[in-house]
Design a protein around this ligand. Structure first.
Ligand code: NAP
Ligand code: ZN
Length: 347
């Protein structure tokens, strides 16, 4: 095994503690990556909230990181030591099902191997995430980080970014599209930047009026406060695509009302049961959709697009020793707009 250091959940207290993390020895098609920067995703918070340690598995969160290749297995031909790479929330898939063959490894019928909280499909070991100094990843699932992308600001592209990129692309967003992004957080602010760069007229729907200036700075046309009934009524049927990144369960009806005829509400934030009045879909022939993460080709295309348009996340960079503070502030919605942990203090 390859020993490294990381931040693991203490099931009893819900906090993360610094400690040893073991990585597997390199397989023939593996890379060892020195993790320099790892984003703090709201999913990490959900995972920690659901973790009590009783299943006897360690939880090390973190599934959007960038770093440098430090070693390669003998069959690796696409990367060499010193390459800048980026890894997202999927680190393996079956490779043979229709989804994998279509380049949608994120929807693998045999379930993709998650970067943390998953099970390695070859040796059955639990996967431990990127809040650590090193990760060992199958070469296919590492992405080359394009030159020009700041590695700290780029880390959140690998989960938050690609999760909103795929639905924006799949729903045909481009010049002339009218897009709304609900929830201006990690996913939301990248959705705004990407939709704007794709040529869409973009609005933000937020419960936070104090984010209006930021929304405009990000390129949005306006910010509609979700608690303002008059503004919400005025925005009825206004958007071809609504990307809903809200992290908590909520009523979809007010957001479906914003969708134009034949338009789509893509709910990517809260993953769980929802209740929908079909009349809210019937009137206007509206569609309800979802998405999650990205396939390998879409992730590579997203990175190229971001490099071409100068898109990275707006981050607050913290030493990894402040991970618990970052998570607590994320819980309180006190983030503009992504925390990224600098892992150098783990040496
Ligand atoms: P985040 O940075 O905390 O942003 C979430 C935003 O949602 C907040 O900034 C806030 O925006 C809004 N919000 C939060 N609680 C709300 C509530 N009770 N009612 C209304 N609005 C609320 O989180 P994130 O990292 O972007 O993640 C967002 C969600 O996406 C999480 O649930 C995460 O688990 C999920 N996620 C899904 C995937 C996937 O594969 N589908 C991937 C990554 C993350 P305003 O202040 O603007 O209202
Ligand atoms: Zn995530």
């Amino acid at each position: 095994m390859r020993p490294t250091t990381g931040w693991a959940a203490d099931g009893a207290t819900g906090t993360l503690r610094r400690g040893p993390v073991e990585r597997r020895d390199l397989r023939a098609d593996d890379l060892a990556v020195r993790i320099d920067y790892c984003g703090v995703c709201h999913t990490d918070l959900h995972a920690l909230e659901g973790y009590d340690g009783k299943a006897g598995r360690l939880l090390v969160p973190g599934h959007e990181f960038t770093g440098v290749v430090t070693a390669t297995g003998p069959d690796v031909s696409g990367f060499t030591v010193g390459d800048r790479v980026a890894v997202g929330n999927i680190v393996d898939s079956c490779g043979g099902c229709a989804m994998c063959r279509a380049g949608q490894e994120n929807f693998c019928h045999d379930f993709p191997t998650l970067t943390y909280g998953g099970t390695d499909r070859r040796d059955g070991s639990p996967t431990l995430g990127g809040y650590a100094r090193e990760y060992v990843v199958r070469d296919r699932f590492a992405h080359r980080l394009p030159a020009g992308l700041d590695p700290a600001g780029a880390a959140p592209l690998l989960c938050a970014g690609v999760t909103v990129w795929e639905p924006l692309r799949a729903l045909g967003v481009g010049p002339g599209s009218r897009v709304a992004v609900a929830g201006l957080g990690g996913l939301g602010h990248l959705a705004v930047k990407m939709a704007v760069a794709l040529g869409a007229t973009t609005s933000v729907i937020s419960r936070s009026p104090d984010k209006a200036d930021d929304a405009r700075r990000l390129g949005a046309h306006d910010l509609v406060v979700s608690g303002d009934a008059d503004r919400m009524a005025a925005a009825r049927d206004r958007f071809d695509v609504v990307i809903d990144t809200i992290s908590a369960p909520h009523d979809l009806a007010p957001y479906l009302r914003l969708v134009a005829m034949d338009g789509t509400l893509s709910q990517v934030g809260y993953i769980g049961p929802v209740t929908v009045e079909t009349i809210d879909l019937l009137v206007g022939r509206k569609k309800l959709s979802s998405a999650g993460s990205g396939g390998l080709p879409a992730t590579a295309a997203m990175l190229d697009f971001c490099a071409a348009h100068g898109i990275t996340a707006d981050i607050e960079l913290l030493p990894s020793s402040q991970v618990n503070e970052a998570l607590e502030r994320l819980r309180r919605n006190d983030v503009r707009y992504r925390f990224v942990l600098d892992m150098a203090d783990l040496d």
